[in-house]
Design a protein around this ligand. Sequence first.
Ligand code: GTP
Length: 597
Amino acid sequence: ERQKHIRNFSIVAHIDHGKSTLADRLIEYTGTLTTREMETQVLDNMELEQERGITIKAQAVRLIYKREDGEYILNLIDTPGHVDFNYEVSRSLQACEGAILVVDATQGIQAQTLANCYLAMGNDLEIVPVINKIDLPSARVDEVVKEIEDVIGLEAHTAPKVSAKTGINIVDVLDAVVDRIPQPKGEDDAPLKALIFDSYYDSYKGVVAYVRVKEGVIHPGKKIKFMASNKIYEVTEVGVFTPGMMPVEMLYSGDVGYVTGSIKNVRDARVGDTITDAANPAKEALPGYKKAIPMVFSGIYPIDGAKYEELKEALEKLQLNDAALSFEYENSVALGFGFRCGFLGLLHMEIIQERIEREFNIDIITTAPSVIYKVFRTDGDVIEITNPTNLPSPNEIEHMEEPVVKASIITPTEYVGAVMDLCQTRRGVYINMEYIEQTRAVLNYILPLNEIIYDFFDTLKSRTRGYASLDYEMSGYQKTTLVKLDILLNSELVDALSMIVPEDRAYTKGRNITEKLKEVIPRQMFEIPIQAAIGSKIIARETVKAMRKDVLAKCYGGDISRKKKLLEKQKEGKKRMRQVGSVEVPQDAFMAVLKVE
Ligand code: GTP
């Protein structure tokens, strides 16, 4: 009876089709927050998230919708929208019975509309299409209805047609959620099973686990067990999201809410784990738990070596809230003390880097990202390498293996050639191509992970005018021929610039990197040779000429304020420089080398 009045749902959409705006309108309409209280886009509340316009962490809010046949509790669960966080998207969807699929009436179905829709269908969710942005003059409502019916096969004539911006027909969306999405199932007296779909660390409450109770009940005082980590805690508080955290006495099966229990680390309560009753445990956990494993590694060093301890503290704090971030101490000849950090993907890496600089105020240098290579040594040992510097010398290597992914790329058919071309140059192995209607195709490839972590996604987007979408999953290791490419500045090897590259591309890469470095390293008092080498063999060389005049010379000592400004400017530039041996290298140089083909 209780469950009859509960609906648990997510909103999925192609980027910019209006997911967050619609969520805001639903919150506003149901009076969960008054307009005055409403910040714009309450669900995306991390500062960084707002600036980048992406949703990183799944969040939840409880809406109370009153209509003639009663009062409904609608739990809206927000999902992250990037491939790095796909695992979290799929966990969030598993907390729901249905999903709203927002389609922009001016753009129609886009690649991510399909990818997200399939993800939701794969989780057996009821999908409710909603056509948004009908206020715009360029809206093509009827055509978009037809597209949804033809391409996805969902009935769309009765789909709510709304403007999330102006609020037209928002109530239709609420009615569709109540009428079309099934109520939750599950027995209150069964052994407890609650899915963790998000968690974060709060300095007062400890870890707050966001849960969907599938079976049983949970309340303060109960001893609970996390089935994957095998940890046992006593519940101190349970509650719901209004959207602030509001304690309640008990969460029942079908409910969405949070659980706390003086848990010290998010690692004990990972996304995807199942909470059960320690005294009366469920026989098996909810399906599909996997630990989020770092795939991409890079070195992070403080620009100011004295900030090493601060950097360590920052990483420890970030890790409290991010079970997927890993780090260990590392030492570089060029950069001194730092850390080798592991990330889910490149976006995850960039977010962590930005947070260290912004929230902790530490300027850092990051080295080129690397994947985990397996090195089979001639002495029979197999070692895993995440830092190119640790690669044994060629005569000690029997062979090497690198991680590969199975990638699915959805693209309009007119870009199939461009996509194939891109995959080819990234050492992709073609598997097959399938058509979705006449206008869209899915291309499946096996691609080395290290070819997609740099700029694959951006390149794919630009070659398909933004229409292609990419999804990938790890697909094991494959044998390859790789070499370590070293960079020398002023004849000194800069270990932080070393990278592992396919042998047949080492020459081109070496040439392009030395050219790029010549552009980004400013002139200094002396001439700086830039060399690329494989072992002791130099394969490319460029030179940064010595500075001709003192920067101050052109001021003739006359105009003091101008001179001051110039010095300030120099200082500003310096902040981002790092002394590497005898050469000052700008921070950019370490990332610039990534972008060369
Ligand atoms: P991400 O959170 O970045 O994935 O995007 P999103 O799908 O959440 O889109 P968001 O809600 O941020 O909206 C994208 C843009 O479309 C914003 O500039 C909104 O103001 C605008 N927008 C959303 N809904 C409407 C609408 O109904 N009409 C018009 N004219 N603009 C809208």
